[in-house]
Design a protein around this ligand. Structure first.
Ligand SMILES: *Cc1c(COP(=O)(O)O)cnc(C)c1O
Length: 375
């Protein structure tokens, strides 16, 4: 059986977790958490990075920092994971969904401006499959309309747009270290913050609304409740697991990119014959092989292909019921403009097995099965 996903494991995870346990400091903000934070800051060139318990919570923290209030509108693609939306719904915002581009499946930057009203507060680009959205255009729109940009870079760790790390371009960026993502700690994430004052605010909010971080640095004599907050700190044991992978980030990234290229080479003939469409990586983007997908002709064709693969021991999956058509999406948001691609892509896109250490023979098998299906 070829699994769709296998969580990454590079070797030193257990040793580092043991170190964390033996240090007798397993709560949040221990030495491994700090190492992960610094690694992200250096690698992405962002001012401040803070590990969180998930990308979902990083997005929630970003929505608080962005001061989203009831009645505010937030623009995002409908073709995304529910957490992108929930973070803003929890603050009382109304969601305005727009269509995606057929090539990258990212929010169509040319449709954003038309969706802006006097209530719009933020734009949330989602870097689908670790391929960057058209950030120059999006940040320009945000600047002209005085909007906040929150990048959902859950899938974008180690990927770039015009030489800049995804997650470091907008006001806030959110990473995921869930077990299905390129780098993992089981459940986990990080928030990237551009502004210094907001970074201090974030430290307080994620520490239950207290200034404990300042206390730990010796900047205040005692710590107390200074603002609203919650608990977004992961255990240092989980951070230890993640740090082992961040140390080997290039190795993981290269391995995934190699698998991605193998898929591309072997399936190119099907695209040339007009049977399926393959991912498109714009010139200005350096992707991270988070995902390899094919776009089939129809829902019916995809359903048959999934069955064919499954019967032959291969797990391939699809995702995203478009948020605007889901029960909660109807309640909390509206679709602006025409749904030209969102629903059709959601019905026809199929994700193939992709993980660190995926064997070449397995990729070969998957591709042969797909080619067999189309012949
Ligand atoms: C995985 C994912 C999330 C949620 O990440 P968690 O760490 O599981 O909370 C959010 N947005 C997108 C686009 C994702 O792919």
């Amino acid at each position: 059986m070829i699994d769709f996903n296998v969580p990454p494991f590079v070797g030193r995870e257990t040793e580092y977790m043991k170190q964390a346990i033996e240090s007798r400091k397993i709560c949040g903000d221990g030495s491994f958490t700090k190492k992960c934070n610094s690694w992200i800051e250096e690698k992405t060139g962002t001012r401040r990075a803070l590990l969180t318990t998930s990308c979902t919570q990083a997005l929630e923290l970003a929505a608080i920092l962005a001061d989203i209030k009831p009645g505010d509108e937030v623009i995002m693609p409908s073709y995304t994971f529910v957490s992108t939306a929930n973070a803003f719904v929890l603050r009382g915002a109304k969601l305005v969904f727009t269509d995606i581009r057929p090539d990258t499946k990212n929010i169509d930057e040319n449709l954003i401006e038309d969706a802006i009203t006097d209530k719009t507060k933020a734009i949330v680009p989602v870097h689908y499959a670790g391929v960057g959205c058209e950030m120059d255009k999006i940040t320009d729109i945000a600047r002209r309309h005085n909007l906040i940009v929150v990048e959902d870079a859950a899938q974008g760790v180690m990927a770039e747009y015009k030489g800049r790390a995804l997650g470091s371009i907008g006001d806030y960026g959110c990473f995921s270290f869930h077990e299905t993502k390129n780098y993992s700690m089981g459940e986990g994430g990080a928030i990237l913050i551009k502004d210094g004052a907001k970074a201090e605010e974030a430290e307080i909010i994620r520490e239950k609304g207290t200034d404990r971080s300042r206390f730990l640095r010796g900047q205040v004599d005692k710590y107390s409740w200074v603002s609203m907050g919650s608990s977004y700190l992961p255990s240092d044991m989980n951070a230890a697991y993640l740090y082992a992978q961040l140390e080997e980030a290039d190795k993981i990234n290269d391995n995934r990119l190699r698998s991605w290229e193998m898929y591309r080479e072997r399936l190119q003939c099907l695209e040339d014959e007009g049977k399926v469409k393959l991912p498109v990586i714009p010139q200005e983007c350096k992707h991270n092989a988070h995902m390899f997908y094919i776009v089939t002709d129809s829902l019916e064709e995809r359903t048959k292909l999934i069955k064919h693969l499954k019967e032959n021991g291969v797990l391939a999956v699809f995702h995203y019921v478009p948020l605007h058509s889901a029960k909660a999406g109807l309640k909390y948001g509206r679709f602006h403009g025409e749904d030209k691609y969102t629903t059709s892509i959601a019905n026809s896109l199929l994700r193939l097995p992709m993980y660190y250490g995926l064997e070449e023979a397995d990729i070969e098998k998957v591709c042969e099965l797909i080619k067999g299906f189309y012949r």
